[in-house]
Design a binder for this molecule. Structure first.
Ligand code: NAD
Length: 431
């Protein structure tokens, strides 16, 4: 199905001039989307705040024998559709407000994908690069112990995020299991396959970004083989998305890491560029013109996929963005005001809650495998992911088409809000 490129939501009058906290952005997006849906305002009221935010102090012994304490959080937003689900970050920028906002996005993401989970997010305020591997392990185990009363396979299931990885998840599973007296692989996802992790989990968010990009291009009658793509961030999400789009025939002309971007208007030899995991921050050492990350965002390409960090497309640089379509691989790469500006210019923005939802979807598959004690093949994981993305795309596209004035982000939120609202109405308010 094709249509002119039109997402004509009017910009709001009271947009702020500074990027807001993730929580404030998530609330604004909720209120904006709620206006499109026939939803009980009491349900919106309940969705505007988290169910609980746990703050813990995490003391660890450093390698030199001194004790240092860190602050950790776990925000649990909503569990009307099932246990809480969401990542754990080790990052100096972790904050209560950020965890709440990201937990809200996880609620919408799980609902858009129709997964039986609600949103959560957490982390520790720490720069993991300043910890030795032993210190990182001690921090992870102690943080797990502090969170143990509020996490579990049926209550809240963490996953990797910035600064954490499969090894971190294996430590969490071990620390939790040791105290529970039995091996409980379902307490976290994103583990190594040897301890109940799923094949295809690492590639999944990038895979879903590529699938949503392909769907959007089809929708707007753009042949994939004639499409130029710029990808910001060449980590787990960006590299997998770039490689898949390249293998499907798109011309990936620019990719970047934190140091800058490499650009070749004729298309990069994408398979030869090492990912963040294979060789950290190696992008700018490759053949091709080196440009900075701002210049990448302003390239005249068909499709731009910001896959690095949040708040990169802002009021300050949105006028420079020349891509025809934006697909969000990172969480929250477009600020509320930049989103409104892109909508005013009819530039479709395929939102994070749909585009990178392959990660949480394969996390759900991992949880199913853990509970059933039966591993799936990579082929099965990818087939099931493709099918789930197809269903979610169709639901969001239908909401987009039946809702005049809605952007693609609004459409994804409409799908999520309708499902959450039905669940809240069916369950009622206790007591
Ligand atoms: P990663 O650590 O594997 O890679 C991040 C990449 O971005 C690296 O190439 C890094 O050099 C680059 N980068 C960092 N800061 C940058 C900056 N300021 N400007 C440009 N590039 C920068 O991370 P990832 O797992 O690929 O995650 C990327 C984003 O996707 C994050 O927003 C994350 O929350 C989101 N996300 C990740 C997953 C997942 O399961 N990995 C799932 C959904 C969403």
């Amino acid at each position: 199905m094709s249509s002119e490129i039109a997402s004509t939501a009017p910009p709001e009058k009271d947009v702020p001039t500074e990027p807001e906290s993730a929580r404030a952005v998530a609330r604004r997006q909720l209120n904006r989307a709620a206006a499109f849906v026939d939803i009980d305002p009491n349900v919106v009221e309940r969705l505007a705040d988290p169910k609980a935010v746990h703050e813990v102090t995490v003391p660890i012994e450093r390698d030199d024998g001194t004790v240092e304490t860190y602050t950790g959080y776990r925000a649990q937003h909503n569990s009307v559709r099932g246990p809480h689900k969401g990542g754990l970050r080790f990052h100096p920028g972790v904050s209560r407000e950020e965890c709440i906002g990201l937990a809200m996005w996880m609620t919408w993401k799980c609902a858009v994908m129709d997964l039986p989970f609600g949103g959560a997010k957490g982390g520790v305020v720490v720069d993991p690069k300043e910890l030795s591997p032993d210190e990182k392990e001690r921090l992870t185990r102690r943080f797990t112990e502090e969170l143990r009363p509020v996490i579990g396979p049926n209550t809240d299931i963490p996953a990797p995020d910035m600064g954490t990885d499969a090894q971190t998840m294996a430590w969490i599973m071990d620390a939790y299991s040791m105290q529970e007296g039995e091996t409980r692989p379902g307490v976290v996802t994103g583990k190594p396959p040897v301890v109940g992790g799923s094949y295809g989990r690492d590639e999944a968010p990038g895979r879903s970004v590529a699938i949503v990009a392909r769907k959007a291009l089809e929708y707007y009658d753009r042949p994939l083989g004639e499409t130029t793509v710029a990808v910001q961030g060449f980590g787990s999400v960006g590299a997998n998305a770039a490689r898949l789009l390249d293998s499907w025939g798109a011309d990936v002309v620019a990719v970047s890491d934190v140091n800058g971007a490499v650009y070749d208007p004729d298309g990069l030899d994408i398979e030869t560029i090492p990912t963040h995991e294979e060789e950290p921050e190696a992008v700018t050492r490759q053949d091709g013109e080196v440009i900075d990350n701002e210049a990448l965002l302003g390239l005249d390409v068909d499709l731009l996929a910001p896959c690095a960090v949040g708040n990169v497309i802002t009021a300050d640089n949105v006028d420079e963005v020349r891509a025809d379509i934006v697909v969000e691989g990172a969480n929250g790469p477009t600020t509320f005001e930049a989103d409104a500006a892109l909508a005013a210019r009819d530039v479709p923005v395929l939102p994070d809650v749909l585009a990178n939802a392959g990660g949480v979807t394969v996390s759900y598959f991992e949880w199913l495998q853990d509970i059933n004690r039966r591993a799936w093949s990579l082929e099965r994981v990818n087939e099931e992911l493709d099918a789930e993305m197809e269903k979610a795309w169709a639901a969001v596209r239908d909401a987009y088409e039946r809702t005049p004035e809605a952007t693609w982000r609004d459409a994804a939120y409409i799908v999520a809000l309708e499902r959450l609202s039905e669940a809240h109405e069916a369950r009622g308010l206790w007591p």
